[in-house]
Design a protein around this ligand. Sequence first.
Ligand SMILES: Nc1ncnc2c1ncn2[C@@H]1O[C@H](COP(=O)(O)OP(=O)(O)O)[C@@H](O)[C@H]1O
Ligand SMILES: [Mg+2]
Length: 242
Amino acid sequence: MSVLEINDIYKSFDDLKVLKGITLHVDEGEVVAIIGPSGGGKSTLLRCATTLTDIDSGSIKIAGIDLDYKDKKSIAAVRGKFGLVFQNFNLFPHYSVRRNITEALVSVHKKSKEEANAICDELLAKMDLSDKGDAYPCNLSGGQQQRVSIARALAASPDILFFDEPTSALDPELTAGVLNVIKELAVEKMTMVIVTHEMNFARDVADRIIFMNGGVIVEEGPAMEVINNPKHERTKAFLAGY
Ligand SMILES: Nc1ncnc2c1ncn2[C@@H]1O[C@H](COP(=O)(O)OP(=O)(O)O)[C@@H](O)[C@H]1O
Ligand SMILES: [Mg+2]
């Protein structure tokens, strides 16, 4: 079953055509990496799929729910089905780590404080942050902050996780910890769509790689094949830069 069904979506900002007919289906348990040069529309695609930007045409379905941008109920229902991790962590600076993770569980998902705290403790342990529940984001390293935002994204048991360049803001020595957490999630068969510039990671962890440029999918296929044996000239040129 496809957890994510994006069908022929188009998106322009004024005269700028950013997405020009993107179709992407992601199966349960599948890990898809999206690679490609800056400005190719990768973030816009994720933003469209995660209710942050509306589309001009086409359709998006997550966990069987049609995303209708004109219907607040549809948007709310879809929002309950995915988690999203940004490049810059996007944690609330004035909330403790624990509150960052539990806030939506209590206010949106109507969990009791006890339930929310139990989920939080489990996720903090998984992220190797058990002693950081009372810390504030500013007192954590970038890698720790990103692991908190992964914990937050996981808190409501999403059907799919989206990552937009989760390690691009991190020093190399902090990148590995975050990539390892994502690798572990892949082993657990979490369905994930990951925009990344980490080509080795994409090859090792993704089932499928999508190469996007100029608002279209230029090439896609099994991760090994796309990285080791790209077919299109544009993909070859892009990968040659790594
Ligand atoms: N909100 C916006 N308004 C106007 N232009 C935008 C907006 N968001 C993205 N763009 C433009 O869309 C193009 C694709 O951007 P983006 O999706 O961020 O690409 P990528 O993530 O692949 O680098 C770029 O030319 C960018 O300037
Ligand atoms: Mg981007």
